[in-house]
Design a protein around this ligand. Structure first.
Ligand code: ADP
Length: 224
């Protein structure tokens, strides 16, 4: 099972990513977690990315992609399944993640999109701020992360829809209900993954990634 998740901050990517990983016994590759771990350990990379995380901005693509490539190589050695959590976050990352997948013979089977509205996401992130102490769970940085999600991340969903691998889940419910629905949807497609040789699946049309953004910029047009 190879899953990538696209979801706004606070939608429950981390929780559901762990659940999927445990259910299918596959590695959970969470870019935010990996980056925060570098910051906590004050590695050279951690010092390089800390300011981006604190401001709620995306760290440079190449840093995240190098990290993910390494994790995907390890995932391949561990059996070939994975849950990607936190990437792709923009068009370039979507393209690059696909290319890494092609190179390693492990492109995503499913793009899981968790949907929730901004008011609920903000409420959850503020509640989390009281419990954990993430430097980016302040009111101002939460607003910045949500704005960035709408501007550069959410438009890539259309590309996965065009590729025929998109599953949308309403994340406005309890973690348990959302988790149940996700596992049921993934279990439903599992037999087709086990039996279809990789070569028989249609290669996606990468030009669609450009179209997802449209001539008028992000979020234009694709609302079907
Ligand atoms: P959230 O979705 O709640 O913002 P994450 O843990 O996924 O939480 O990400 C936290 C931060 O880590 C982001 O705001 C960003 O600074 C950085 N980050 C995570 N993944 C990426 C990525 N794919 N590209 C660039 N920056 C990333």
């Amino acid at each position: 099972m190879r899953v990538l998740m696209i979801a706004p901050p606070g939608a429950g990517k981390g929780t559901q990513g762990e659940l999927i990983a445990a259910h299918f016994t596959i590695p959970h590759i969470a870019t935010g977690e990996l980056l925060r771990d570098h910051v906590a350990r004050q590695t050279a990379l951690g010092r390089q990315v800390q300011a981006y995380l604190d401001r709620g901005e995306l760290v440079p693509d190449q840093i995240v992609l190098d990290m993910v490539r390494e994790a995907m190589i390890a995932a391949k050695a561990a059996g070939g399944g994975y849950v990607l959590d936190g990437i792709p976050r923009n068009m370039e990352q979507a393209r690059a993640a696909y290319e890494i997948g092609l190179e390693l013979g492990m492109t995503a089977d499913v793009a899981l999109h968790l949907q929730a509205d901004d008011a609920e996401l903000t409420r959850r992130l503020r509640a989390r701020a009281a419990l954990e102490h993430r430097s980016d769970d302040t009111a101002e940085v939460i607003a910045q992360r949500l704005a960035l999600y709408h501007e550069v991340t959410s438009p890539i969903v259309a590309w996965y829809r065009d590729r025929g691998i998109l599953i949308c889940v309403d994340a406005m419910r309890s973690a348990q209900e959302v988790g149940r629905e996700i596992l049921a949807a993934l279990e439903e497609i599992r037999p087709s993954l086990d039996h279809a040789p990789a070569g028989e699946r249609l290669p996606p049309d990468l030009t669609g990634l450009g179209e997802a953004y449209g001539a008028a910029g992000p979020a234009a047009g694709k609302s079907q």
